[in-house]
Design a protein around this ligand. Structure first.
Ligand code: ANZ
Length: 929
């Protein structure tokens, strides 16, 4: 029996690899390391579809390729196992999320294993495992115990901040904080402990505070900004409102500048880097103080255009601004209160996006212009966001669009201070270009915008009325979730209700058992249901849990040393393995996981826990595999009538109904019995209008793969039918790894034939037949050309073209009837990253007793790459007339002679002597007659 029996081969090697621990990775090696990582999956109840393994196959190819090239490769896998779906399932069924998560993981593992990945499963991690999340909690404690020194751009222990306060107060402090504070060391030393704790909370990198959050009533939890899309929750699409709530947050804003600068060093796609840059949103500008008449208070505004200061005609505060209450006049009180109520419930996004909607109210108070002394009215309006800059702006309607719209609407003055182009009408549109000369602007009259900014900032700084500042759009990350299935936040509340960190030695704080996975009647999170769940038997634990992104923000560190009980990972091992060399995953995490993981890595770097401050040096984002849905026409008038696609003239008269993608044959025909036999889905007493009796033609539509569209293809089915090697090669062959592309079952046959052909190179009439003879020139050429192409293409991540090169090589060798070991053996190694099972089997048959995984990638020899002849296109007066194959070493003179005397030339020369013959070696020949 020597036919290609993939099922037998694949089962054999799955067992052998497991028994022999082929993919076990030792902690150290004298070889250079290569760490290639997949974004680990959330194990959903539906199992894997063929879209999921796309990235894993790519990473497995890189892992195997690097191994063959002499690297010590780490390629681990694990599960992002906390999360909402398991909890929602638990609410519906009462089953413990731990239980269903475990089941889902087992199912995923089974499916993944079949595909033949070179994962070291001994390194598997699960974020819901207490042995893992104990370290997630540990990181939280470290964040709680740190503050950020902006002078040295580094996190430092809180202990050192206390020392600073007791010696010099806030005098020379430049720290990331909630609100600016100012006190002397004498004052600090007299503060009560409680007060000191409150102050420190303003600086901790994990802190508890009252702030506006995205509250989703339907989900009963708060959401992070990146979990809200267009005012709706990303999961479930429920409305999200803004609510003031006490909660835990992480001070990611402290790292804004480093997160921005670090991007420059990363080999990531420009689009993801740009998404992160926008998310961080750096903006350089200046803060200016405006005195409020008769109140002694001052408004601090943020502007990027201090050069327009002489054009200010009013000020605007965000409706939530604390000064609003203080400065509102008696007459305006009611209007202002009503307006504040209205604006409060509008999301930041709506407030900014709704440009047509111009709303606002006058507070009744005035400010004084810091340079001219003019009286300036103070308004409140929703277009000014409380969470950005200082929550207050100086409005310059002549040169800012939103201000312009507002001024027109409320009939406020528009004052020009920048020269506009000829004929510009400032009543029609603001002139917003950041260039031109200043006019009507006293001390900066005549200056260009750039110089004017410098000059004004200097003036304001001298007068103590302003200073240069840098703003970031990035917000601190809300960290508490009112959920059950997540890591408990390791905090308890003491007698006075002060939040305190759990002692490091008491970690993990494990999830307690509860009776129901719902909030309590009083609206407390599910953890409030836990009975006798107290710290040290008496203190209340924090009841919220960590968000989904906590566990995934550092998992790449744990793979290095997954079973370490004493620390997050052994520093020596971290030193050897360093950060991830190649990260593969979807691009949908641009402003979520990928920014949080960078943040935590930088923090752990500051602590000295990891020796690098960027987690993922290079990243490839795989595209999505789309479903190729099958749909049939159903009459709108007669809903029991189905019409074959070729008979449909006016599609508007029909509804398109999804059918199982597995039903149509290769010409897209479906047996009508398949439809008629499912009355629940397609109706009863059906009629079919078809050209071929019993055959209904369907139409195809490319869309997202999903259960509801009946277009999901399960890798298990493909493996069953064609084997995992075919699945792997086919997924790569579908197209460039970064592209979105439809799954097309038709193409898979061709790839399967290629694998079978490859097998046949080694066999004759079913028996092993490999010859020890020396290859000839042509055979060597096929091999070396292929080595070079495969190597070059894997290096530049063009994984689909590699499959074509291999196909071409197999075809050429088949034509040459080549069965020589010297050619076929290296070819097995070449193909092994793509089709490891067949490679392993043939490798063994070639007489090797060690896995092909440990082989060496073949090198190509330049001498075989040179072609010995070149096929010249021969043109006459610029038109190609025929082709001529000539040896590459032939000289120009010789070529000219051959062309002139060649029989094909006679027709075009018509007896004349050519005026000129142009020869570009190994490119073209052009004869001018
Ligand atoms: C005066 C001015 C004149 C402005 C002008 C612009 C043009 P970026 O680049 O996004 O940072 N602004 C400041 N804080 C705001 C807030 N909390 N909500 C809404 N708008 C705010 O934009 C900074 C500019 O946006 C600032 O510069 C301010 O308007 C406005 F010809 O000040 B400008």
């Amino acid at each position: 029996m020597q036919e290609y029996n993939f099922a037998e081969i694949e089962n054999k090697w799955l067992k052998r690899w497991e028994e022999e621990k082929t993919y076990k990775v030792e902690d150290y090696s004298g070889k250079p390391k290569f760490y290639v990582l997949d974004m680990f999956p959330y194990p959903s109840g539906a199992g894997l579809h063929v879209g999921h393994p796309l990235g894993y196959i790519a990473s497995d190819i890189f892992a195997r390729y690097k191994k063959l090239n002499g690297f010590h490769v780490l390629h681990p896998m694990g599960f992002d196992a906390f999360g909402l779906p398991a909890e929602q399932y638990a609410i519906q069924t009462g089953r413990h999320p731990a239980e269903t998560t475990e089941e889902n993981i087992e199912r995923y593992k089974k499916q993944l294993k079949k595909i033949g990945f070179s994962y070291d499963w001994e390194r598997e991690i699960r974020t819901c495992d207490p042995g893992y999340y104990r370290w997630t909690q540990w990181i939280f404690l470290k964040l709680f115990d740190s503050w950020y020194d902006l002078n040295i751009q580094k996190a430092r222990p809180i202990k050192e901040l206390k020392e600073i306060f007791s010696k010099t107060g806030t005098e020379n402090l430049n720290a990331a904080c909630g609100e600016e504070m100012s006190f002397t060391s004498a004052e600090w030393n007299k503060f009560s402990n409680k007060k000191k704790e409150e102050i420190l909370m303003n600086y901790r990198l994990a802190y508890y505070s009252e702030a506006y959050v995205n509250w989703c009533p339907a989900l009963g939890t708060v959401l992070a900004n990146d979990e809200v899309k267009d005012g709706l929750s990303e999961r479930g699409g429920f409305p999200v409102e803004r609510k003031l709530m006490p909660q835990w947050s992480l001070r990611i804003t402290a790292y804004a500048e480093r997160l921005l600068q670090g991007l420059e060093r990363l080999e990531w796609s420009e689009s993801i880097k740009e998404a992160q840059r926008n998310w961080i949103g750096k903006s350089q500008g200046c803060e200016i103080l405006f005195e409020i008449e008769k109140s002694g208070e001052r408004i601090k505004i943020f502007t990027t255009r201090p050069d327009t200061i002489y054009g200010v005609t009013y000020l605007v505060l965000a409706p939530e601004h604390p000064l609003v209450e203080k400065i509102t006049s008696e007459e305006q009180k009611q209007a202002v209160e009503e307006y504040v109520k209205y604006a409060k419930n509008r999301s930041e996004r709506d407030r900014q996006a709704d440009v047509e909607r111009v709303t606002g109210v006058f507070t009744g108070s005035y400010a004084t212009h810091p340079l001219t002394g003019e009286k300036i009215p103070i308004w409140i309006a929703e277009y000014v966001l409380y969470n950005y800059g200082t929550g207050a702006v100086m409005a310059v309607p002549a040169h800012d669009e939103r201000d312009h719209r507002f001024a027109l609407h409320f009939d406020l003055p528009i004052k020009q201070v920048i020269e506009t182009p000829e004929g510009w009408n400032l009543r029609k549109a603001a002139y917003t270009e950041k260039k031109g000369k200043c006019i009507n602007s006293e001390i900066i009259d005549g200056l260009e915008v750039g110089d004017a900014i410098e000059r004004i900032v200097q003036e304001l700084e001298n007068k103590g009325l302003g200073k240069k500042v840098t703003q970031y759009r990035l917000r601190d990350a809300v960290f508490g979730r009112q959920r059950y299935w997540g890591e408990p936040i390791p905090v308890y509340y003491d007698e006075e209700g002060v939040p305190c960190p759990v002692n490091e030695n008491d970690l993990p704080v494990t999830l307690p058992e509860i009776d129901k996975y719902l909030p309590t009647e009083t609206g407390e999170p599910p953890l409030a249901r836990a009975k006798d769940w107290k710290y040290k038997g008496k203190f209340e634990f924090e009841k919220t849990t960590m968000p989904g992104w906590a566990g995934s923000s550092w998992y790449f560190i744990r793979y290095i040393d997954p079973h370490n009980q004493k620390r997050i990972a052994d520093p020596e091992k971290l030193k050897y393995w360093q950060n991830v060399d190649l990260y593969i995953g979807g691009s949908e995490h641009a402003t979520g996981h990928l920014i949080y993981a960078r943040f935590w890595t930088k923090f752990l770097y500051d602590l000295g826990v990891v020796p690098y401050d960027e987690p993922f040096a290079r990243m490839i984002n795989q595209g999505m595999i789309l479903g190729n849905s099958a749909l049939v026409y159903r009459s709108k008038q007669k809903p029991n009538l189905y019409v074959s696609a070729e008979k449909v003239d006016n599609p508007a008269e029909y509804s398109l109904i999804h059918v199982d993608v597995n039903l149509p044959d290769e010409n897209d025909y479906i047996d009508v019995k398949e439809i008629a036999s499912r009355p629940g889905m397609y109706g009863e007493n059906l009629q079919f209008d078809t050209s071929i009796p019993g055959k209904l033609k369907c139409v195809r539509m490319v869309e997202k793969m999903s259960k509801s569209k009946l277009n999901v293809v399960n890798p298990d089915d493909i493996i069953e039918k064609y084997g995992a090697d075919t699945l792997r090669c086919y997924e790569m062959f579908l197209g460039p790894i970064t592209d979105h592309k439809p799954w097309d079952t038709k193409g898979i046959e061709g790839v399967h034939r290629f694998i079978k052909k490859f097998w046949r190179l080694f066999h004759m009439e079913g028996t092993w037949n490999v010859s020890e003879d020396l290859p000839d020139e042509k055979e060597w050429k096929v091999l070396h050309k292929t080595i070079k192409k495969v190597r070059d293409d894997i290096e530049r991540a063009s994984l689909n073209t590699v499959v074509s090169h291999l196909m071409i090589a197999v075809n050429e060798l088949q034509e040459l009837k080549c069965n020589k070991r010297k050619i076929l053996e290296p070819l097995v190694v070449l193909i092994s990253p793509y089709a490891p099972f067949i490679a392993e089997e043939l490798w063994e048959k070639l007489g090797h007793n060690q896995s092909v995984y440990h082989a060496t990638f073949p090198k190509y020899d330049e001498k075989y790459l040179q072609d010995s002849s070149f096929e010249y296109p021969v043109s006459f007066n610029g038109k190609v007339r025929f082709k001529l194959e000539l040896p590459v070493e032939m000289s120009e003179e010789q070529i000219k002679e051959v062309v002139v005397s060649h029989e094909n030339s006679a027709k075009w020369l018509q007896g004349k002597t050519p005026k000129k013959i142009i020869v570009v070696k190994n490119r073209i020949i052009n004869v001018v007659v």
